[in-house]
Design a binder for this molecule. Structure first.
Ligand SMILES: [Fe+2]
Length: 497
């Protein structure tokens, strides 16, 4: 079960409660056996290396990715790290006090991966929660909570996902992530714009983040790997984001701002290649994903997650293969990805087919050949899909019509476009823009505050909740559930309840 090459590396002679409380380095040094001390590099740290938090993600029914990245001085040009490998110990336990260890082991944080760690403990039990933590030298990470999925086809009575996107750091505080950490939720689908790549000005351009001051080298637009590494670093220093990651596994995909505004399509050569290759590498380093490390600008991110007999979640890549938006023949998803999506409809015979994507398949009031083909394929198979989408910085809930914009055409499924975590700031946005969308009869709800959508699936129905935060420009915003939605299984179309 364990991939351990250093058993009991957290030092079994020490009462585990002491470890959990984060004992001072001195007392741990005194208590740990000498062999463990040398193997673990104890004393080699001049500070706390888990400044970017911990995370888990991409679960399946027997394993889940555990992530951390060591950065002793995250705002330093070299993150306070030497260009060498550091041993990192990890543990998975049944309980928060780590009295029942399930598996543990040692891995290395490598300089070529910017000292990130992706560990995949194997042989876990399906459909249950675990706790995990890391140790580097004498320093312990916070304790994280994660879970495995129900085995494909296994009877599953309930599963809850949150989808969220667009967390422009300089435009607001991550109060919505504070609320995610408190939700009883099984999985977070992060649908893109984890970072924004543009130049950041002086502190007046990131007022909500006061009194934090970024060093000049971290404010430059992301053009190559090191810029992207800086960008993820100060984003990941946010305590609310760290709390959400520690509370629940994430499944991430990307949209445009992980690379460049409105970028689309393959990037093979030249400075754009350098940019995209750096962007992909930094994304991989900082996400709790089991995807293989990218080579150049090739990284297959679209993937499928079966959740018992209840759900199939298909995660799409809205950007990398996009060469045409409204071409009658060339897919907006790239022909290969579109074929994968359509061929995989109802692949697991689950009750619900969920498609999560960075961006919509077509604009709300306009025809889109790609969307027509995909919606048509679901309709032909008698499957009512639920689309979970990012990008818009508005919550928009709409029925998916077979032929947009023909309001009389059959309803195929429903789309929930989530607002942003922070992007575009406080809201509530322009009433004119909101009313324009609501003129389309298939658009059922529009909301311009920041937040996320929580969706609970059961065999008979899907209940979604739009959660808003009142503002993001200053700390302590109240959070509230703004609207509830219901879809009855087997009956396409959303109801506001
Ligand atoms: Fe965005």
């Amino acid at each position: 079960m364990s991939t351990s090459d250093s058993s009991s590396s957290f030092g079994s002679p020490i009462p585990r409660r002491t470890l959990l409380a984060g004992a001072a380095a001195g007392s741990l040094l005194a208590a740990l056996p000498a062999g463990v001390a040398s193997a673990g590099g104890i004393g080699s740290f001049g500070g706390y290396p888990f400044t970017l938090g911990i995370a888990s993600g991409d679960p399946d029914s027997t394993s889940v990715v555990l992530w951390t990245r060591l950065a002793l001085k995250p705002l330093d040009a070299d993150f306070g790290m030497e260009p060498r490998k550091y041993p990192v110990h990890w543990q998975v336990a049944d309980d928060e006090r780590f009295e029942k260890i399930v598996c543990e082991g040692t891995t290395f944080a490598l300089p070529e991966n910017n000292h990130s760690v992706h560990v995949i403990p194997q042989g876990l039990e399906p459909d249950r929660w675990y706790f995990y933590r890391f140790r580097a030298g004498s320093e312990l990470s916070p304790v994280g909570r994660t879970r495995t999925l129900p085995a494909p086809g296994a009877p599953t009575s309930k599963f809850t996902v949150i989808h969220a996107s667009c967390q422009n750091w300089r435009e607001g505080l991550y109060t919505a992530w504070r609320d995610v950490a408190k939700e009883p939720v099984d999985l977070v689908l992060f649908l893109g714009d984890y970072i924004y790549e543009g130049t950041i000005g002086d502190p007046s351009s990131y007022k909500p983040r006061a009194p934090m001051v970024l060093p000049d080298y971290m404010r430059a637009a992301c053009m190559e790997l090191q810029n992207y590494r800086y960008r993820y670093t100060f984003y990941k220093m946010d305590p609310d984001l760290q709390t959400a990651h520690a509370a629940v596994p994430f499944v991430p995909i990307w949209d445009d701002h992980e690379v460049a505004n409105d970028y689309k399509g393959a990037v093979e050569t030249g400075s754009r290649h350098t940019r995209a290759a750096g962007a992909y590498q930094a994304w991989w380093e900082n996400m709790p994903t089991r995807l293989a490390k990218p080579t150049g600008t090739s990284m297959k991110v679209y993937r499928r997650f079966p959740v018992g007999d209840l759900l199939q979640i298909d995660m799409l890549d809205s950007r990398q293969y996009r060469t045409a938006d409204n071409d009658p023949v060339i897919s907006r998803l790239g022909n290969e990805q579109e074929a994968w999506l359509i061929d995989g409809i109802n692949k697991y015979g689950a009750r619900w087919n969920v498609v999560a994507q960075g961006q919509q398949l077509g604009n709300i009031p306009s025809a889109s050949p790609t969307r027509d083909r995909i919606y048509g394929a679901y309709y032909e198979r008698g499957v009512q899909p639920v689309f979970l989408t990012g990008d818009m910085h508005w919550t928009i809930v709409l029925d998916a019509l077979l032929q947009v914009p023909n309001a009389a055409s059959p309803i195929v499924g429903t789309e929930f476009i989530a607002t942003s975590i922070t992007s575009t700031g406080d809201g509530p946005g322009s009433a004119g823009t909101k009313n324009n969308w609501l003129k389309n009869p298939w658009v059922k709800y529009v909301d311009g505050l920041r937040g996320y959508i929580k969706s609970e699936f059961t065999p008979t129905g899907m209940t979604a909740v739009q959660h808003d935060v009142q503002y993001v420009s200053r700390p302590g915003a109240p959070g509230f559930d703004a609207q509830k939605f219901f879809i009855e299984h087997g009956r396409a179309g959303v109801q506001l309840i």
